[in-house]
Unconditional design. Structure first.
Length: 133
């Protein structure tokens, strides 16, 4: 296992963990971001380095891979803000009882959802295809 202090920020690692096989290391959070599958859905997920300790440290990096996450991709599972799943327009909560479109939209059915990090998920999926064992 590669020790926590030897892991390099934004570098991809092969992992032994609960849910991830590959993950890009985030030094500030002492964790790895990788693709997880649950109930048939695939999405970016985070697991902390084993050396972070119990009960949260679940990822053991086994091998550093020769690739780095591009600087243009944010190291976040979920991006800030909320969008309408019906039309994709940003939505905001009025603080009391209702959501509204933050930009003009013809949509009449507001369904607020978090913003997934599609750029990160796409990059991680490509890395899985490249480095699958």
């Amino acid at each position: 296992m590669i020790a926590l202090d030897a892991c390099k920020d934004r570098v991809l690692y092969r992992l032994l963990s609960r849910n991830l096989r590959l993950g890009v290391f985030c030094a500030s959070r002492r964790s790895f971001l990788g693709m997880r599958e649950k109930f048939g859905a695939r999405f970016a997920a985070e697991e902390y380095h084993w050396d972070a300790g119990r009960p949260f440290g679940t990822a053991k990096p086994l091998e550093e891979l020769p690739v780095r996450l591009p600087d243009a991709i944010e190291m976040l599972e979920i991006l800030p803000g909320t969008i309408c799943s019906t039309c994709g327009t940003p939505v905001k909560y009025n603080g009391r009882d209702a959501w509204f479109h933050a930009e003009p939209s013809e949509c009449r059915l507001i369904r607020p959802v978090t913003r997934r990090n599609g750029a990160l998920e796409g990059w991680l999926t490509q890395m899985e295809e490249t480095y699958s064992a």
